[in-house]
Write a protein that binds this ligand. Structure first.
Ligand code: 13P
Ligand code: SF4
Length: 301
């Protein structure tokens, strides 16, 4: 293990690379990263890094967003097959058809989407700033929220805005149901329930706190409670336990794992630095159009 860690560190230095990891990555990948965070935090970190190479340990849309923000950098995704199924739940043809039905709607697109969909959008947002992004849009404007129905419904409930929802969803977060809440609340009655807004509405409405993955980290750090039931992908438990040794964390469901997030590994990080591949690139015309919506997202933190 130490051998591979040493090799990664040495090669990272030689390549002038930085390793960014999402909060759901494998524990050992989070531990070798220079920065671990949520989608917004990782995008902001990519935007400000002085490194020439970004090894993006996350899923494809995250690396693609970094490539758009940093056109002069090489963005490596250690496993090129690490995709997000939700991002594929909207096609350009479908979105254009919907836009024709609602010609005056402002298109707000969750960052869990392809660059081509972002290029068709007015605003991008992450789970951490979706409410603020929607609140920044004049109240008389109709909003089409793409592709996550759960986050869209949560934003509608928090803002009181009329939002047209898309039918996309996260298969991992939708595995957690009311029965899990009842079971886990029964087992740990004094624990706080903290969940991601990609969860189904009945889980979201039962929670003590709804937040992005970094928002979940902050809440668990700052709240006096000692026990937490965590309704998001299980990879986050590593950081929660590491950074809060005096507290206890239980997953709302052991089935809440995202196989795509687990595709990156130490070996693949090393190979990506050796080969400088797989690199994620975006065609310039799509990147230009998508950058408009992404910059609006980065301006509202
Ligand atoms: P965060 O932006 O909250 O980290 O979420 C990203 C994601 O893919 C959730 O499933
Ligand atoms: Fe996509 Fe869900 Fe995995 Fe997040 S947890 S990357 S939304 S499939």
């Amino acid at each position: 293990m130490n051998d591979i860690l040493d090799k990664i560190r040495k090669l990272k230095e030689e390549r002038g690379a930085v390793i960014l990891a999402h909060n759901y990555q494998r524990s050992e990948v989070q531990d070798i990263a220079d920065f671990t965070g949520d989608s917004l935090g990782l995008s902001l970190e990519a935007a400000k890094t002085g490194a020439k190479v970004i090894v993006f340990c996350g899923v494809h849309f995250m690396a693609e967003t970094a490539a758009i923000i940093c056109p002069d950098k090489t963005v490596l995704l250690p496993d090129e097959h690490a995709g997000c199924p939700m991002a594929n739940m909207v096609t350009i043809r479908e979105l254009r058809e919907k836009k024709k039905e609602h010609p005056d709607a402002v298109i707000v697109t969750y960052v869990n989407s392809t660059a081509a969909i972002k290029a068709e959008s007015d605003y991008c947002c992450t789970s951490s700033n979706a409410v603020k992004v929607v609140n920044s849009i004049p109240p008389d404007r109709e909003i089409l929220f793409v592709p996550d129905q759960s986050l869209g419904a949560y934003v509608a409930s928090r803002t009181g805005r009329k939002i047209i929802l898309w039918h996309g969803y996260c298969p991992t977060h939708h595995r957690m149901r009311s029965e899990d809440v009842i079971r886990m609340r029964g087992l740990y009655p004094d624990a706080k329930l903290v969940v991601h807004p990609e969860c189904v509405t009945e889980v979201v409405s039962a929670a003590d706190k709804v937040a992005s993955t970094t928002g979940i980290m902050e809440y668990c750090r700052e709240t006096q409670a000692k026990k937490f039931i965590v309704g998001t992908e299980i990879g986050i438990l590593h950081r929660l336990r590491k950074e809060n040794p005096g507290k206890e964390f239980y997953s709302l469901s052991e089935h809440a794992d995202c196989p795509n997030m687990k595709l990156n590994s130490l070996e693949k990080i090393l190979w990506s630095l050796e080969d400088m591949a797989p690199a994620v690139t975006v065609p310039p015309d799509i990147a230009r159009a998508a950058a408009r919506a992404i910059k609006r997202m980065l301006a509202i933190v």
